[in-house]
Write a protein that binds this ligand. Sequence first.
Ligand code: 0TT
Ligand code: SF4
Length: 344
Amino acid sequence: MIKPFIPELVYIEPRALEFEQGKILHDKFSEMGIEIRETTSHNQVRGIPGANEFQKYKNAKNTLAIGVRKTLEFDTSKPSAEYAIPLATGCMGHCHYCYLQTTLGSKPYIRTYVNLEEIFDQAKKYMDERKPELTRFEAACTSDIVGIDHLTHSLKKAVEYIGQQKYGRLRFVTKYHYVDHLLDAEHNGHTRFRFSINADFVIKYMEPGTSPLDLRIEAAKKVLAAGYPSGFIVAPIYVHDGWEEGYYQMFQKLHDQLKDVDYDEENLTFELIQHRFTKPAKRVIEQRYPKSKLEMNEEERKYKWGRYGIGKYVYPTETQDKLKDTISAYTKEFFPDSTISYFT
Ligand code: 0TT
Ligand code: SF4
């Protein structure tokens, strides 16, 4: 069975020790007997071991850098939220299709930020600008934050901070089941806790290093019981032999496992995201996961212009409609009172 993430190597910026969180993390990892090295900047960690690029990439995913977040301007995060809240960057998972492979470029190591108060103050500014409209913050744009939070508890602090904010909402998504420390957080119903789910084929062949579906659903049950507004992200929706059956079984299983939990289905959300890739991503994926079953054939896709001029390949309109209609119908069949937030 998969174990909670423990880094093999830790880097720390000297400045991080000026923050409470930095000190806590430093002491924790030194007590755990993990090697801690100094780095001048969490953005430029050097010397991650590895005989070749492949080894270096693997080792980077087991390396944690503790630093001070300097860019306090938040990215936007359509369609899931107004802003991306930066608590961490990087992930120990090895999902073949993951967009972090390209967005993090040559820096796939995991970073956690210790200046939480500054980050929360910035969030407050965004909330103040928009009130009385609610402002939603997505904490899972640049990492699987739940997967590392058993070590840092920064997500838990964010949940409790947003719990106090009349005009703020927090959300994140995960493929991990290490949720226990988050169950007693004072969320006040302001955090939407989502789990990423997929057909067996996708999980089996394309999501190494993540928790199996059964454990994600078990964790979702605990989260529902803890009163969190919850949801599921079906992503990436990927066309493969027998996909209709595969996604149907996924919904069937989800329904069977949730049916004895007492929760408000009207407050359950589903987000549907079709598979997409960019040309640069395809090159990186083919290098890092050469045996992957993930097919990225431009001829079978539709090109969609994107931000910063980097377009992505999505499914052709007809396939998109089929995916959207089919998965929406399953959602309605098994969870008739739930809401589908979007298909993208
Ligand atoms: O392949 C990933 C795709 O999934 C992206 O197009 C975003 C999308 N996505 C991911 C989504 O629609 N809903 C989500 O909840 C996400 C998990 C979070 C998210 C990430 C989002 O909603 N919008 C985004 O723009 N991102 C990413 O954050 C993309 C960009 O790299 C970064 C900063 O904006
Ligand atoms: Fe990427 Fe999420 Fe997989 Fe981590 S769990 S590798 S963030 S897709």
